[in-house]
Design a protein around this ligand. Structure first.
Ligand code: AMP
Length: 492
């Protein structure tokens, strides 16, 4: 096995090394030190790794090296490298990575995702590009419009292949692969290797090398987790209480549905806590803007659905709060992995209503621990007494009158969209951020597969996955009250 300790040892082009220094990358992560030397030889590769391990650079750097050393004039409406990714967000982040690492190479990198006008994307392809990052549906649309031909593709990357299959993209992927030259380098990255991915890999890769970063000790083990048992109707009050009392610096609040995410954001605005909601009903521009504001810290509280949050890679997320428990236990691991990045500690709090206890049990089975739980922290008041008043509830559902938040006790606090840094809600208390990331690995216990069969959504919109399973209410006895616990995953 390769054990390279610096990027210099990889023998990448000088312009790439310069960009890496600027990024403050010193040591290759395990997936990088294993994959890059293999990929530089031109061999196909299966990489078992997930977001957070440095897998984007693991494929982007050798690809950029190829483009730097093998210059070919652009041909109209073609690309030399095609990266397929399941969501708009992940696609955008991959483009950003190519641009950052390829900063000194003067390459053309284009993005083709749904939710934004196709015209601009077609125009960007007119003169030909080096790298095209795309979601499968939009790519097919562009091909149908004769805006793109795939005959010049030298390298194909399938990123988060298991997610793409989960999202129903398999037929699209096959259609796309059928149009590619057979002589090419193919890379497939996936967090898990279920049977259908293994089969796909067998069909489209030739004699691939295989590298994997097994989550032996994981980022997730640094996450302090707890569950608060609370009635559904009191969840918003509980959330507000947490945001006001804990040292929350940057928080991702997860909602199971798009409508629910909007409702939570409105409820927070009403309480004088600025936040933004991000989900598939928002325009791509809006999502990109919101994500950028979250990344810079302009927005401290982001309410998201699972699919919209997929692949979000933001440092310094101190808290993940599950406003709703996910109905797919794997999503829980994915959600809480958004915190404790870049070597930081993280806190994950789940608000569990009685009808969600079955979901909680499924999660605990998957992660193989009992998450410490407590009753509602709404001190001294029974949960029901702290439920929203009729007016508060109406407000949360309909939004503030005149478009203005009516924050009680916090007059003048900005509403959603203002990016107000927030005053005394615990927001703004900073936590040390380690900008360097080295070899971090989000645990995703393998074995259990998320349900299949979600509707294909070309534009990466939230789809049936979010509501696929019914709530099965299952009463559960009292749980021991303990403040926090850390988890260690052992590989399945
Ligand atoms: P990824 O798994 O590709 O989503 O990468 C996760 C994060 O790690 C990204 O923010 C990268 O910028 C960062 N990263 C990737 N490789 C390195 C490295 N060798 N050193 C420091 N940070 C890295």
């Amino acid at each position: 096995m390769f054990s390279l300790t610096t990027f210099n040892e990889l023998g990448l082009a000088e312009q790439i090394n310069r960009a890496l220094i600027e990024q403050e990358y010193v040591t290759p992560t395990p997936i990088q030190s294993q994959a890059i030397p293999v990929l530089l030889t031109g061999r196909d590769l299966i990489g078992i790794a997930q977001t957070g391990t440095g897998k984007t650079a693991a494929f982007a750097l050798p690809i950029l090296n190829r483009l730097a050393t093998l210059r070919i004039p652009h041909e109209p409406k073609t690309c030399r490298v095609l990266v397929l990714s399941p969501t708009r967000e992940l696609s955008g982040q991959i483009v950003d990575s190519f641009k950052a690492y390829g900063k000194y190479l003067r390459l053309r990198v284009a993005l083709a995702i749904g939710g934004v006008s196709i015209g601009g994307q077609a125009r960007a392809l007119n003169g030909g590009v080096d790298v095209l990052v795309a979601t499968p549906g939009r790519l097919l649309d562009l091909m149908q419009q004769n805006a793109l031909r795939l005959k010049n593709v030298e390298v194909l990357v399938l990123d988060e292949a298991d997610r793409m299959l989960d999202m129903g993209f398999i037929r699209d992927i096959r259609k796309i692969v059928a149009k590619l030259p057979t002589e090419r380098q193919t890379l497939l990255f996936s967090a898990t290797m279920p049977q259908d991915i293994a089969e796909l890999a067998k069909q489209i890769l030739k004699n691939p090398a295989s590298v994997s970063v097994t989550p032996v000790s994981s980022t997730v083990e640094r996450i302090a987790q707890r569950v608060i048992h609370v009635d559904r109707g009191a969840k918003l009050t509980q959330l507000i209480d947490i945001l006001r009392t804990e040292a929350v610096n940057r928080v991702l609040v997860f909602s199971r549905t798009k409508h629910g995410a909007d409702k939570v954001a409105r409820g927070l605005a009403h309480a004088g806590i600025p936040s933004e909601a991000i989900h598939g009903n928002k325009s791509q521009n809006n999502r990109t803007r919101t994500l950028a504001a979250f990344r810079t810290g302009e927005i401290k509280t982001l309410v998201a659905t699972d699919i919209a949050a997929r692949g979000i890679d933001v440092d310094g997320v101190t808290h993940v709060i599950n406003f709703d428990l996910p109905n797919e236990p794997e999503s829980y691991v994915h959600r809480i992995g958004r915190t404790a990045r870049a070597g930081a500690e993280g806190i994950a709090i789940s608000l569990c209503s009685p009808d969600e206890r079955d979901f909680l049990r499924q999660i605990e089975r998957l992660i193989r621990i009992t998450i410490p739980s407590s009753k509602s922290t709404l001190v001294g008041q029974p949960v029901n007494a702290r439920q929203l008043s009729g007016e508060e509830r109406r407000h949360a559902e309909r939004g503030p009158r005149n478009g203005r938040p009516q924050g009680r006790g916090n007059p003048g606090r900005g509403g959603p969209g203002r990016g107000n840094q927030g005053g005394n809600q615990g927001h703004g208390k900073t936590q040390g951020q380690n900008e360097h990331r080295q070899g971090q690995q989000n645990a995703r216990p393998q074995g259990d597969r998320p349900h299949r069969g979600g509707q294909r959504d070309q534009q990466g919109r939230d789809n049936g996955q979010q509501n696929r399973r019914d709530n099965h209410a299952a009463p559960q006895g009292p749980r021991p009250i303990a403040p926090v616990a850390t988890v260690k995953f052992s590989p399945a």
